[in-house]
Design a binder for this molecule. Structure first.
Ligand code: OGA
Ligand code: NI
Length: 355
């Protein structure tokens, strides 16, 4: 990284006020560290596409399970993404967590600063751009974030800031139970026993992430989140009405249109790996927007922050002579360390684990 860029990033980091701090200071131009290299901005608009991310209605999951499993299978194989409606999490719970994330980021700066850290061993941490100092990250994203590890060990409530404490605890309970249903449906979609993915500890860990994307004065010069795939088994994402999330599908960027009350589900790298590429972990990104703030809440099913010696590889039951293993065995810890060190540089980490 150029010394100027490093010094600017360091100065930004030391404010502990994040991107929101810049916006509160009424900047009218995007500072250089946030600007994409020239020539990488051209394809921001989604290519006009007649297809859209599948929307799956879970209302009748008890009576028409087979049909729903079929839809989940199709989406997981072809898109790596789908939206779920009638998932059972009450609208009031969704509104509460969005409010909680917003309250955290908009609270008194001195209180918020006390949570600022880059120490990944902390149960609750707030910062802007986890990969700020990684040499490979092309530019800094227009986004602030907090992360709270909700499982396997539920945090002592006192560790969670008051602004979002009750909302985080309540929403996480619902995300856990929806996660349970999703891992059953995904197991069935693989032709395996319903409990298979759960028995592999796919939902042992839950990291809850509260993103805050402040309004951006020059949204064409930067990204809210650079292109990446998730290091998780699955991710359950709640987005508000602002929009900007896009998914790479058949070489085009497709908008994930906000649907009130819906949740966005995506397959992460670990599930692609254990399914030997049957389900796909697809790249996605978030555009910056002149409107805002945009709030999103991502629940990552993974124990990746914690010491864990469990070894994962392609599920044996899915392998055959025609379908030999495509990946080496790995531990979540080993995988995630590399993922964090690399940062959101637009390259695939999964490919490093290919045989
Ligand atoms: C993520 C992510 C999308 C969003 O946190 O990995 O892709 O809409 N978030 O914030
Ligand atoms: Ni993501």
């Amino acid at each position: 990284m150029e010394i100027d860029s490093y010094n600017e990033r360091k100065a930004f980091d030391e404010t502990k006020a994040g991107v929101k701090g810049l916006v509160d200071a009424h900047i009218t131009e995007v500072p250089p560290i946030f600007r994409l290299p020239q020539g990488t901005l051209s394809n921001k608009k989604p290519s006009v596409s007649t297809s859209a991310i599948p929307i799956i209605d879970f209302a009748d999951v008890d009576v028409s399970r087979e049909g729903i499993v079929e839809k989940v299978k199709d989406a997981a194989e072809k898109w790596g993404f789908f939206q779920v409606i009638n998932h059972g999490i009450p609208l009031s719970v969704l509104e509460e967590i969005q409010g909680g994330v917003r309250r955290f980021h908009e609270q008194d700066l001195q209180v918020k600063k006390s949570y600022f850290t880059r120490d990944l061993s902390k149960t609750f941490l707030y910062n802007s751009n986890f990969d700020l100092f990684n040499s490979s990250s092309l530019c800094v994203n227009w986004r602030d974030t907090f992360v709270c590890c909700m499982a396997p060990d539920p945090p002592n409530p006192e560790v969670i800031p008051l602004a979002c404490r009750d909302a985080m605890i309540e929403y996480s309970k619902h995300v856990m139970s929806l996660g349970g249903l999703l891992f059953e449906l995904l197991s069935e979609a693989l032709g395996l026993h319903s409990e298979m993915l759960k028995s592999m500890d796919c939902m042992k860990g839950l990291n809850m992430v509260g993103h805050y994307y402040p309004p951006c004065p020059q949204p064409d010069l930067t990204f809210g989140t650079s292109k990446h795939s998730d290091s998780s088994f699955i991710t359950i994402l709640l987005q508000d009405q602002i929009g900007g999330l896009q998914v790479l599908h058949q070489d085009s960027w497709v908008d994930v249109s906000p649907i009130p009350g819906a949740l966005v589900i995506n397959i992460g790298d670990f599930l692609q790996l254990v399914t030997n590429d049957k389900f796909i972990s697809v790249e996605h990104r978030v555009l910056a927007n002149i409107a805002g703030p945009r709030i999103s809440v991502a629940g990552f099913f993974s124990t990746n922050m914690l010491p864990n010696s469990t070894v994962y590889g392609p599920i044996k039951e899915l392998l055959s002579e025609e379908n030999p293993p495509k990946y080496k065995d790995f531990t979540l810890e080993e995988y995630t360390k590399g993922y964090f060190d690399k940062g959101l540089d637009g390259t695939s980490h999964l490919s490093k684990f290919k045989m």
